[in-house]
Design a protein around this ligand. Structure first.
Ligand SMILES: [Zn+2]
Length: 484
């Protein structure tokens, strides 16, 4: 179909189906029209009240993708390019219905790296809402309605509110618009994995060679079940899972991340040529899923959130049978040793966590946090006779406070975990180790667990039934028997 006719048809149908106006006093409504060559998004945003004269982007890179604004009616107006140096502000002239139109360029190449706002993969694109949603000042929740060509699908972390397959509509929710997310549009394949407490909404992007969806879904389900073994249910009722095949990579999952904008999401950039066993043996997915056990936190909480994920990436894989128990302890031990090797005298753990992106002391921060997670887990199990554990307290945290629409501080999480467990376990560990320039002392923990460490990479299992039971209780899940 020639482009001009296609636009005419799209314009005609949109005009017939949609008044393209926000409900009076309601949230801004964005209609996003997708062309079948994935070259351009035509955005119409209408406002419930007085329309703004300026729209703002959440990311300064957004102006790279903005072609300009349209005036004088639906898709018929001239596109006015943004003045150069406009940065994150776009002056707009709303029409007499209070709507603004602008176009977003998808024709350019991806701008590199996994943090890019835009990535093209074959017949699909992955883009940040920051690349195509320009907001009025003080925007909260907005409604986004896509118009899709036949054969296209959309994956978002947002709450679906209907609209059907060709016109899916969403509410972006209460989380701040500044929180990032990824939206996939195009020839996706969508799959739902139901698990206790919710589901993983998986979108698999096209790849060359094509990925094997059945194999990837088995890996995702198995890993989701590992997460559920923490406290019995998914911490979020709906988790967007984006799987982006890269076609090559030094590992099965060269990049994985959790993003929280508009909902909880895990993004996996994979080398789809790897075997199923290679994916099952990889740690990244269970690490990322483990991040769903805690609320979003500020950067100073890196020691806590990366510590929890680094601890659980081994514990949960052992519970799911993805690692044997001995290997899980060996991997934890090797991690602790990497953390010790990077622990420098004169710099506290709190400082290391705050400065990690610049000093790159990842090993110290991640594995100090994992050591504190192990110490907390053992202490809770010991003092409660196996009735409590890190699992049970995180289950209580999920029930009271997840999913969370704001970022917590590490101190808030620590205090909440203490109040939920009616202990001072977390506060004591926080006071003992956050202002220390030493790696958390695991001597007594290793004694309790019957672990001896002849080298950085080796661990020896010693002790009797009590020590065996302490190890088993963690790696098999559930409470331990009273070690007395
Ligand atoms: Zn992490």
């Amino acid at each position: 179909m020639p482009q001009s006719v296609r636009f005419l048809v799209a314009g005609c149908c949109l005009a017939l189906l949609l008044p393209a106006a926000a409900r009076a006093g309601g949230v801004p409504v964005y209609d996003v029209d997708v062309d079948d060559a994935l070259q351009r998004l035509r955005v119409t945003v209408c406002f419930g009240g007085e329309p703004p004269r300026m729209l703002h982007a959440e990311d300064e890179r957004a102006s790279r993708y903005l072609l300009g604004t349209r005036a004088n009616g639906l898709f018929s107006g001239r596109l006015r390019p943004l003045p150069s140096g406009a940065g994150t502000t776009m002056p707009v002239r709303p029409d007499d219905r209070g709507c603004v139109r602008y176009d977003v360029d998808l024709s350019r190449d991806s701008d590199g790296g996994f943090g890019a706002l835009f990535l093209r993969r074959g017949g699909a694109v992955v883009l940040s809402p920051h690349a195509f949603l320009w907001y009025p000042a003080d925007a909260g929740e907005v409604e986004v309605r896509f118009r899709l060509p036949a054969g296209f699908e959309v994956s978002t972390p947002w709450q679906p509110i209907g609209g059907g397959a060709r016109a899916p509509a969403y509410r972006t929710g209460a989380r701040p618009p500044s929180w990032d997310a990824r939206i996939a549009i195009g020839a996706l394949s969508s799959h739902a994995i139901a698990l206790p407490g919710g589901r993983l909404d998986v979108a698999l992007l096209p790849g060359s060679p094509p990925a094997d969806p059945d194999m990837l879904l088995r890996w995702l389900r198995r890993s989701g079940e590992a997460l559920v073994s923490a406290h019995g249910r998914l911490p979020s009722a709906r988790v967007q899972v984006l799987v982006v095949p890269l076609g090559s990579g030094r590992e099965p999952v060269p990049w994985g991340e959790v993003q929280r904008g508009g909902g909880d999401a895990v993004h996996l950039y994979i080398d789809q040529r790897r075997s199923e066993q290679a994916f099952l043996d990889d740690w990244v997915l269970v690490h990322e899923l483990s991040h769903l056990l805690h609320p979003p936190m500020r950067g100073s909480g890196r020691w806590l959130y990366e510590g929890l994920a680094s601890y659980y990436q081994n514990v949960l894989r052992a519970r799911a049978g993805l690692l044997d128990e001995a290997t899980a302890w060996t991997k934890l031990h090797a991690g602790f040793r990497r953390g010790m090797a990077q622990t420098k005298r004169g710099r506290t753990l709190a400082e290391a966590a705050r400065n990690m992106p610049w000093t790159r002391e990842y090993m110290r921060v991640y594995w100090s946090g994992a050591a504190i997670a192990l110490l907390a887990d053992l202490e809770l199990r010991r003092t409660s006779g196996g009735m409590q554990s890190l699992d049970t307290v995180l289950g209580d945290l999920a029930r009271c406070c997840l999913p969370a629409d704001r970022k917590w501080t590490d101190r808030e999480v620590v205090d909440k975990l203490d109040s939920l467990s009616q202990t001072e376990v977390f506060g004591r560990l926080y006071r003992r180790w956050l202002d220390s320039d030493r790696f958390p002392d695991l001597t007594a923990a290793y004694r309790t667990l019957g672990l001896e460490a002849p080298s950085d990479k080796d661990i020896r299992f010693v002790g009797g039934a009590a020590e065996r039971e302490s190890k088993r209780a963690i790696m098999a899940g559930g409470g331990s028997t009273d070690p007395r």
